[in-house]
Design a protein around this ligand. Structure first.
Ligand SMILES: Nc1ncnc2c1ncn2[C@@H]1O[C@H](COP(=O)(O)OP(=O)(O)OP(=O)(O)O)[C@@H](O)[C@H]1O
Ligand SMILES: [Mg+2]
Length: 500
């Protein structure tokens, strides 16, 4: 009763992505699949889900070889996969997505009402407070992830659950709920394989660990035989633990670049705050706390409904992202891969998209200058592979994330305020340190102000000297100095605070 992968091999042209991977999933065990960005994790998962055909090797379930795998065949065998970049249909409701392709017959408790009832139960099981009739397009990215998970749970003959970075867009609290559900499945004998870049999770939930790098297994075994240090070294692309990035610059004396005065908008407000030149201000809050909506409003995606915002002393009420950027306000949203990446364009064109005109002379592209900018940014963020011509759909998930952060770095001279939501989702530990360093350099060198929203307390503590905590759309606390700790942030975000 196991799922066994033997000598799995896959190449794309000259790129050997999997070079003979062996893995065994045990019933009632959670197996963490780790490795740096581009290691081949998603490719392995696509092979297991029947999305990609391996070149060589075999996959056996209970000793029986799974041949001619297709997504439908994998599903019939009880293998349910949730892929890294989500597959829900935006224009349908949550319930319709959950039942897509496997609608219940009306007579067996189906129909719209019945499906909504079951959807509501599934969502409640994983602690997701979402109405089944909500249209998916209106949900924040973390919430969509929960819908995908509910959809997978509907599969009653679930034998193998495979999740590619399920927690990247989830807050600590939602992650806990998901883990509780996974633990329940484990008790029911389900085999779970899941990938993450959050190493702390491994010690909380995983029974077994496999680390791959460059398509090869470099560490494998039971979690209890591993130390955190050994794990960190294994998942770093260089094989050594990355240097810790210090906190961003302090900006006690900096002038205010942006000021919000009782600003309100969709799902938030009134919010008042001041962002200083050269500062990275943290904005901590769970998914749904209103932090993304606040950032999106400043970035020109929504209109504010009350109050006002000032940037460099001038009224800031953008009608579009383009207008916000013209005023120097740039948003890197959390759903950037879906919203902002053009999958078939090259890495270079994606990186330079907003500044192609600026790099050109009299409307003619200057390829050498573009290449220089690409090289510089790709190096700062360690983009892999560093091939400007590669269509971005062929980059690994983490490298797509790096590219979209790099897009703003390429325009750094124009940035007055940078709003960055979950800057390191899907990014490996090594690249995280590079992103933090790049943000700190941006704040210091350009004296711009950065507002960094995150649902990871650890990230805020590492990068910021001052942080605001948001809950139910309003700021409930400000932490700085000795009070700015992970515990302090979590306590403020989740418990009643007298000052709220
Ligand atoms: N269709 C493709 N054509 C060419 N190369 C590809 C293709 N798909 C993936 N690759 C390459 O295969 C390598 C492994 O990618 P994969 O998505 O499996 O990495 P990953 O371990 O999931 O990384 P991440 O943590 O960033 O999600 C990467 O270098 C990627 O660029
Ligand atoms: Mg991946």
């Amino acid at each position: 009763m196991t799922l066994t992968v033997r000598s799995l091999t896959k190449s794309y042209g000259a790129a050997d992505v999997l070079r003979g991977v062996d893995i065994e999933l045990r019933p009632g065990a959670v197996h963490a699949l780790l490795g740096p960005n581009g290691a081949g994790k998603s490719t392995l998962i696509k092979c297991l889900g029947g999305v990609v055909a391996p070149d060589r090797g075999e996959i056996r379930l209970d000793g029986r070889a799974l041949l001619e795998m297709t997504p439908a065949a994998a599903f019939d065998a009880g293998i349910v996969t949730i892929h890294q970049h989500q597959s829900l249909i935006d224009t349908l409701s949550v319930a319709d997505n959950i039942f897509l392709g496997s609608e219940l017959p009306r007579l067996r408790g189906g129909g719209r009402r019945g499906q909504q009832r079951i959807a509501r139960e599934l969502l409640a099981r994983i602690g997701a407070d979402i109405a089944p009739e909500t249209i998916v397009a209106t949900l924040p990215i973390g919430t969509r992830q929960l819908v995908e998970i509910a959809k997978a749970l509907r599969r009653s003959a679930l034998r193998v659950l495979i999740l590619d970075e399920p927690t990247a867009a989830l807050s600590d609290r939602e992650t806990q709920t998901l883990f509780r559900e996974i633990a329940g499945l484990r008790a029911a004998g389900v085999m779970t394989l899941y990938t993450t870049h959050r190493l702390g999770e491994v010690f909380r939930i995983a029974d077994d660990v496999t680390v791959i790098r460059d398509g090869r297994v470099i560490l494998q075994g039971p979690t209890r035989e591993l130390t955190p240090d050994a794990l960190i070294a294994a998942v770093s692309r260089t094989g050594a633990a990355p240097a810790a990035a210090g906190a961003g610059p302090a900006a006690d004396g900096g002038a205010a670049v942006a000021e919000l005065e009782a600003l309100a908008g969709p799902r938030f407000g009134p919010v008042s705050l001041s962002l200083r030149a050269g500062e990275i201000l943290g904005l901590f809050g769970a998914v749904g706390s209103g932090r993304s909506s606040l950032m999106e409003t400043l970035g020109g995606r929504h209109r504010a409904s009350a109050g006002r915002a000032l940037v460099d002393g001038r009224r800031h009420a953008p009608r579009s992202a383009r207008q916000a950027m013209r005023r120097g306000v740039f948003l890197i949203p959390s759903d950037r891969v879906r919203q902002a990446l053009c999958p078939t364009l090259s890495a270079r064109d994606n990186l330079l998209l907003p500044c192609l005109r600026k790099l050109a002379r009299a409307g003619v592209r200057r390829f050498r200058r573009e290449a220089e900018t690409f090289r510089e940014v790709a190096q700062a963020l360690d983009l892999q592979p560093r091939n400007p011509e590669l269509p971005v759909e062929r980059l690994s998930g983490g490298n797509q994330q790096k590219l979209l952060i790099g897009r703003v770095l390429a325009q750094r001279r124009d940035v007055r305020v940078l709003l960055v939501d979950e800057p390191t989702q899907g990014v490996d530990v090594g690249a995280r340190a590079q992103i933090y360093a790049a943000l700190a350099a941006l704040a210091r060198d350009s004296q711009c102000a950065i507002l960094l929203a995150s649902s990871e307390a650890e990230e805020i503590v590492r990068v910021c000297r001052r942080a605001l905590v948001m809950r139910n759309g309003v700021i409930v606390d400000e932490l700085a100095g000795a009070r700015l700790t992970e515990e302090g942030l979590l306590r403020s975000a989740h418990q009643f605070v007298g000052r709220a």
